[in-house]
Design a protein. Structure first.
Length: 258
């Protein structure tokens, strides 16, 4: 898989990636032609109602990965290793294998040099892996919130070092989240594998977005870099409101359909 992604970068092919957490969404994304369907631990917030991603369990990731795998025929299914599931190489390999067995084509973990032994162990088992540098949602509590990375010299250097280490270890691609656009460009120019940006400017080799941010189906929070292209929450409120009125006024919201 890595060589396929390296070749796509070399020929300038942009990669489109969206999250998917269930069968119908996965099927729609696949039929639309998405390159990568990410079963992200963001499901903790937009599906399960957690405060952040750190409470997501392996059992939950496996459940949603299986659902997505039933809807995808063509796209690459990428599944997140959740927080606390790859604290050492053996644990990382075991949980990565569970996600592959659940239907994922590749797994993703957060960090670079700090988890490079886990990365090497997973890749050593023949499991395809995507890296993730920049802002790391699984570290949001220790970082004191979500903030753009790469603003200081130290952060800038660390992001480049992490990305280079992941590429050299054999990652298929690298998610670059919420870094200065100039840093996103530097990472893209530095590594041999595609970079997939989110809130990191337009110079990455592809882009990823949480599907709910794209469709406007989670109105309670939307990151500033996300541009919704629909208003599903607004449409749902309208439809539900009309149903409630029809039931209370006529008792027959289906207008006589048996």
């Amino acid at each position: 898989m890595r060589q396929s992604f390296v070749s796509r970068k070399a020929c300038g092919e942009r990669l489109a990636c969206l999250t998917a957490y269930d069968y119908p969404t996965a099927r729609i994304l696949d039929e639309a032609g998405i390159d990568v369907a990410l079963v992200g631990d963001s499901l903790g917030m937009v599906v399960l109602g957690y405060e952040d991603t750190t409470s997501v369990t392996m059992a939950e990731m496996l459940h949603h990965t299986r659902a997505v795998s039933r809807g995808v025929q063509r796209a690459v299914i990428l599944a997140d290793l959740p927080c606390g599931s790859y604290d050492n190489p053996a644990e990382a390999v075991g949980n990565a294998r569970l996600l592959i067995d659940a239907g994922a084509d590749a797994v993703k973990l957060e960090g670079g040099l700090a988890v490079i032994e886990q990365v090497r162990a997973i890749l050593g088992e023949g499991i395809a892996l995507f890296g993730h540098v920049g802002m790391l949602p699984q570290h949001v509590r220790e970082d004191g919130g979500y903030r753009k990375k790469g603003k200081t010299d130290a952060e800038h250097a660390a992001i480049l070092a992490d990305a280079e280490a992941l590429s050299e270890a054999g990652a298929c691609a690298i998610i670059v989240e919420s870094v200065k656009s100039s840093v996103g460009r530097e990472v893209t120019e530095l590594v041999a594998v595609p970079t997939i940006g989110i809130g990191s400017g337009g110079r990455c080799d592809g882009q990823v977005l949480v599907i709910d941010d794209l469709l406007g189906s989670f109105p309670w929070f939307r990151p500033g870099f996300a541009r919704p292209r629909a208003d599903l929450a607004g449409e749902a409120l309208r439809a539900v409101g009309e149903f409630i009125v029809a039931v209370k006024q006529t008792g027959d919201p289906n207008h006589g359909i048996d």
